[in-house]
Ligand binder design. Structure first.
Ligand code: DX5
Ligand code: ZN
Length: 230
């Protein structure tokens, strides 16, 4: 079975929110594969972060893939604005979707040549309607913390779900990243890699370290080591 590539996605929410351009530069310097942008609207989760205007302001600064994690209650109202702002991957929470909403968002995103992801909170299982639509997704994001804040400890009870869904993706031969988000650091990235995750989001595990660029390299090395270097 071919392994999907290891990708490191620093979560800029953990950086100085008044200086996001510097956070983006640090991620680029460390060789990050994509920058993870957590959009929270104060309705889906108990925090308010930033919106399409901020994504747009950051866009000219970097060619890195913009991995936009939309923890918002009404994605249909905002999907076009995040596409126009420069998001490359738009990931929505399954908890606020139904098949019709999914199909609408997917058609908007694909018509603009962008990618769609689906996120699950720690306690959410993959709904049947989403399992039927996996081949239309580019990423399945599994939250290992409750959405809202950077700096929480990983909920390891989610790891069996990471393993189960990674296996499903591999068995079906899908071109789909399994992205794990929440509390990842140098001490547990290997455990997540063992369970089959291939995209590692890290906020505090990158920006909370004295040398964020180096922390990215360290996470990558540890994830690769588990997989025998590939
Ligand atoms: C939680 C966010 C995460 C978070 C990750 O709402 O989706 O992306 O910022 O930060 P750490 O790695 O610090 O848990
Ligand atoms: Zn996130």
């Amino acid at each position: 079975m071919t392994l999907r590539p290891v990708k490191i996605a620093p979560s800029i929410l953990a950086f100085d929110l008044g200086n996001l351009r510097e956070g983006l530069d640090l991620a680029s310097r460390g060789g990050a594969d994509q920058i993870h942008l957590d959009v929270i609207d104060g309705r889906f989760a108990p925090n308010i972060t930033f919106g399409p205007g901020t994504v747009k302001a950051l866009r000219p600064r970097s060619k890195m893939k913009f991995d936009t994690h939309l923890m918002i209650a009404e994605p249909r109202l905002y999907v076009d604005r995040f596409i126009e702002a420069g998001s490359d991957l738009l990931t929505f929470q399954a908890e606020v979707l139904d098949p019709e909403a999914f199909d609408y968002l997917h058609s908007r995103i694909r018509s603009m040549g962008k990618e769609m992801g689906l996120a699950l909170k720690p306690e959410t299982q993959l709904p049947a309607w989403a399992e039927e639509r996996l081949s239309r997704l580019s990423a399945l994001l599994l939250l290992t913390v409750n959405p809202g804040f950077s700096g929480q400890a990983m909920d390891v009870s989610v790891l069996p779900k990471v393993e189960k869904l990674s296996r499903l993706v591999a068995e079906r031969g899908l071109d789909l990243d399994v992205e794990v988000d929440g509390g990842i650091d140098e001490g547990n990235v290997d455990e997540v890699a063992k369970r089959g995750g291939n995209v590692f989001v890290a906020g505090a595990g990158v920006y909370g370290r004295p040398d964020p660029a180096r922390a990215i390299g360290e996470l990558r090395a540890r994830a690769l080591a588990v997989r025998g270097g590939s």
